[in-house]
Ligand binder design. Structure first.
Ligand code: SF4
Length: 115
């Protein structure tokens, strides 16, 4: 599943440069203007950061854990989005499609991923 950014977000920006898939946007409208869907409830009032599930891979293929959650200074702010459950295979395919010039590591899989 993709991650989402909860309303605990303080818009510090720590996550933005850490995402290997450019899945994080400063505002909901920034993502939507680029044609990306943002899950219900995220980024309300356009004042906190959002993650689009169309680019998030849970960092699968890149790292062993979600880098946004690791960088975030607020606990339980970057969290799994139960509205978008996805398999490891789907996430790896997305990582490869979004990053044709990067090496995608099939052994880099977060334990939170569903089989
Ligand atoms: Fe980006 Fe990884 Fe966070 Fe998804 S989990 S938004 S790919 S940093």
């Amino acid at each position: 599943m993709a991650l989402l950014i909860s309303d605990k977000c303080i818009s510090c920006g720590a996550c933005l440069s850490e995402c290997p898939n450019s899945a994080i946007f400063e505002k909901r409208s920034d993502a939507e203007e680029r044609g990306y869907h943002v899950g219900d409830g995220q980024g309300m009032d356009n004042i906190v950061y959002v993650i689009t599930h169309e680019r998030c891979t849970e960092c699968v293929g890149h790292f062993d854990e979600p880098q946004c959650a690791a960088a975030c200074p607020i606990g339980n702010c970057c969290i799994p989005d139960p509205g978008h459950p996805e398999s490891k295979e789907v996430l790896l395919e997305r990582a490869e499609r979004l990053n044709p010039n990067k090496t995608i590591h099939h052994d880099k899989v977060w334990q939170g991923v569903r089989g």
